[in-house]
Design a protein around this ligand. Structure first.
Ligand code: ADP
Ligand code: MG
Length: 214
């Protein structure tokens, strides 16, 4: 099995090969076709199983291939629990969109707010950040989600553990549900709260669970 078998376009496959990535992991093989087909997704697999590309590849491909439903950017928002994780996801995104007309920015706590406002004014296609700082930009109107087509929560279990439930609900409420597909990724399912969150955020989701043994 290769990424092209999952519907990933040849330019992105070439980018992956360049990084030495040729064979999809289990979570990628299952999640990518469902995400590309437009389903909401509730996906769980252990740390290190390749969840980042499982959501970034369909996200990048969607923005590359499909006409925007609205003129307003961003089209994709990715919420991560920590600054470090936001930075990792952002680095991977930059590799995937290098040499294209697509753009992204990172909004995390501890960095200059006004610099982020300036970066957001350039209307990037992708915004990656931590829940508190994303919510702050929504409050300040420096970030508006009227054109959002894809909302992704990475490590949803940790987002909840860190007490960001309220910010998650604000982000969810700010985005237009008519346009929107949502993907929720988690390393665990133990949390009863993760189930509650997925019921709030997702519409008719497909579930993908990779057992720890594989
Ligand atoms: P998770 O989010 O599930 O903890 P990551 O997305 O951070 O996992 O991926 C873990 C590591 O595996 C990263 O270094 C990533 O580059 C690498 N990786 C991801 N997908 C593949 C793949 N299909 N083949 C080889 N390495 C991969
Ligand atoms: Mg991860």
């Amino acid at each position: 099995m290769q990424f092209s078998d999952l519907g990933i376009d040849s330019r992105l496959c070439g980018q992956l090969t360049h990084q030495g990535i040729t064979t999809p992991t289990d979570i990628q093989a299952q999640a990518i076709p469902l995400a590309l087909a437009g389903h909401d997704l509730f996906a769980q697999s252990k740390t290190g199983s390749g969840k980042t590309l499982a959501f970034l590849l369909p996200a990048v491909q969607r923005v590359m291939k499909q006409r925007a439903l609205s003129k307003r950017d961003p089209r994709v928002v990715i919420v991560t629990p920590t600054r470090e994780l936001a930075s990792q996801v952002y680095s991977q995104l930059r590799l995937l969109i290098a040499g294209t007309a697509l753009s992204g920015t990172k909004v995390i706590g501890g960095e200059n707010f006004n610099d982020q406002v300036k970066a957001l004014r350039k209307n990037p296609h992708f915004v990656i950040g931590t829940p508190g700082r994303i919510a702050d930009h929504l409050d300040g109107r420096s970030l508006q989600l009227g054109g959002l087509e894809l909302l992704i929560f990475d490590e949803a279990d940790r987002i909840l553990d860190l007490g960001f439930t309220e910010q998650v609900e604000r982000i969810n409420a700010a985005a237009d549900h008519r346009l929107r597909q949502s993907l929720l990724f988690s390393a665990t399912l133990e949390h009863a709260q993760v189930g509650a969150l997925s019921r709030n955020l997702l519409r008719n989701p497909k579930g993908v669970t990779i057992s720890a043994a594989t």
